[in-house]
Unconditional design. Structure first.
Length: 303
């Protein structure tokens, strides 16, 4: 029995009347009688304890309370439509387009391999990939998912851990043959280095070992905001570079770079798959969320 709050049905009847401009027009849209619509409006106003409409023989006019209530009714309609679409998506096959935004360093390191594997498993899902240095606002810019590496994430987003990453200090074999390898982090202060301009520590690199931390200001003549270019500069012998492990890994395996100071750790950074809170998630988004989690868990050294 409805005694305190009006039902969504009454709210949507009011919305129909307000947008149609008359009870007659609203009744036609709702396929019901004018008297029924009138009764529902009166019932709604009684439950709310406020008059929503000024009624006259010529027109209906919203009261101040009616104007305020109208906005909430529109949001209710949108929410009901979205929830219905999401539930339909749960019961159907995963298809449609997923919009994913990732930082440049992730896209270059594993974007192609990940997306090709996903397509093989879900050929009916299209992916629109945005590769950007700037962090996109998922809800405002209309993205379904994002990959982020940050210790602080917006509270309105769900964050699913994918893996942890650390930076490695690397150099070309030719540079090591010429200048030698640093034995301690402090040795970097006398060696040429390649610096990432957007790295949170800038040219001040922090290292940790056995509970002891050490920081060193590294010399450099160039700062670059792209890890893939930093890697290429390091491969060319331009200097020692601090690169995320997943960026440096292929070059180390191929012998183009060698790791130094391996006994010193850099601070670990978590990598997340983040997405807006929706209950339930559309099937297409759930498919990519679960696939990413499983794919990274299966990668050596990840998960």
């Amino acid at each position: 029995m409805e005694t305190i709050e009006p039902s969504s049905e009454l709210a949507l009847v009011f919305l129909e009347v307000a947008e149609a401009g008359s009870i007659t027009a609203a009744a036609e849209r709702l396929a019901t009688s004018k008297s029924q619509v009138s009764k529902q409006l009166s019932r709604l106003e009684a439950l709310l304890g406020a008059q929503l409409l000024f009624r006259s023989t010529r027109k209906l006019t919203l009261t101040e309370a009616g104007h305020a209530y109208l906005g909430y009714c529109r949001r209710l309609r949108t929410l009901l439509r979205e929830s219905a679409a999401a539930v339909r998506g749960l019961s159907g096959d995963a298809d449609g387009t997923v919009r994913l935004t990732v930082p440049q360093m992730f896209a270059g390191a594993f974007g192609a391999e990940l997306l090709l594997a996903f397509h093989q498993q879900y050929p009916r899902i299209s992916v629109e990939l945005d590769v950007s240095v700037a962090e996109r606002d998922l809800e405002e810019d209309g993205f379904d998912l994002a990959i982020r590496s940050s210790r602080e994430l917006p509270p309105q987003l769900v964050a699913r851990p994918l893996f942890q990453t650390r930076d490695w200090v690397v150099a070309a074999p030719s540079l090591l043959a010429e200048r030698g390898a640093p034995a301690e982090p402090a040795d970097l202060a006398r060696l040429p280095c390649v610096v990432h301009s957007r790295y949170h520590g800038g040219a001040r690199w922090r290292f940790e070992r056995e509970g002891r931390a050490e920081e060193v200001e590294v010399p450099h003549w160039l700062q670059v905001s792209d890890y893939s270019l930093n890697r290429k500069l390091a491969e060319a012998g331009a200097g020692f570079a601090r690169l995320p492990d997943f960026v440096a890994e292929a070059a180390l395996i191929g012998g183009r770079l060698a790791r130094v100071l391996a006994g010193w750790e850099t601070p670990a950074r978590p990598v997340y798959l983040v997405y807006p809170k929706k209950t339930p998630q559309p099937a297409k988004s759930r498919a990519l969320i679960d696939f990413c989690a499983q794919w990274f868990a299966a990668k050596p050294g990840r998960g």
